[in-house]
Write a protein that binds this ligand. Structure first.
Ligand code: ATP
Length: 214
């Protein structure tokens, strides 16, 4: 699944963007399957906007986004359901867990949709990310960093060619970040998948194939 961006610019921040040097906005860009991309930008410069555009949640932009040569503007609701189940996964900045379901239930809902990961493996992932004791805790009682780790696991419970991540480790300490990054890399490798990570500052969470400024 190749991603192509052509002269992309979000309409609400067009003016703000025109004053910045960017590797993404108003450029021609082609990203091949399997690439591991880091996109850096200061707060308020459109990282979340960009992720939402790629995931088909926002259309208030000029220019063109194409997945596998097919322009986003041509994608129907059913196309998106298929893409989001099989090709594109995401860790949102605001996580979007169900607050009145337990950590386990939040994950199980997703796991049951595709059954690409066993229950045992999912339990191991929870343990690896230090959440074994939090399995039955409600979303609303988890710390933000704990919710972030649940959201990361949830994003990995489906087949994907691309994983979009919006500041996925913002509330994790170094040790937990390293564990979460290792799990993401392992599952991305298994899927032969690439990812796009947007964040505020330079980092070495992953061996990126490309680093860009938004
Ligand atoms: N629908 C909208 N209408 C108008 N302005 C918007 C809209 N959505 C976002 N913005 C503005 O666009 C700018 C970029 O927002 P965005 O959330 O994408 O930034 P960000 O880089 O992810 O920031 P942060 O690092 O603080 O999370 C902000 O100034 C925001 O107020």
């Amino acid at each position: 699944m190749q991603l192509q961006l052509s002269q992309l610019v979000p309409i609400p921040i067009r003016e703000k963007i025109s004053n910045r040097q960017s590797d993404v906005w108003l450029k021609e860009l082609s990203i091949s399957r399997g690439e591991r991309i880091f996109i850096q930008a200061p707060s308020g410069t459109g990282k979340t906007t960009f992720i939402h555009m790629l995931y088909g949640l926002r259309y208030d932009f000029d220019g063109r986004i194409s997945w596998n040569g097919k322009p986003l503007s041509a994608a129907q609701r059913e196309d998106w359901a298929e893409i989001r189940q099989k090709e594109l996964s995401v860790v949102f900045q605001d996580l979007r867990l169900f607050s009145d379901l337990s950590a386990w239930e939040n994950l199980e809902i997703k796991r049951n949709l595709t059954n690409t990961v066993t229950e045992d493996e999912m339990a191991q992932w929870l343990e690896r990310l230090g959440l074994k004791d939090k399995r039955n805790s409600l979303g609303q009682t988890l710390s933000y960093g704990e919710q972030q780790r649940v959201a990361i696991i949830r994003a990995l419970l489906q087949p994907f060619q691309w994983l979009l991540m919006d500041e996925p480790f913002s509330h994790l300490d170094k040790a937990n970040t390293a564990k979460a990054a290792a799990l993401i890399q392992e599952v991305a490798d298994r899927n032969n998948a690439g990812f796009i990570l947007v964040d505020l500052d330079e980092n070495d969470y992953f061996p990126y194939t490309k680093t860009m400024m938004l």
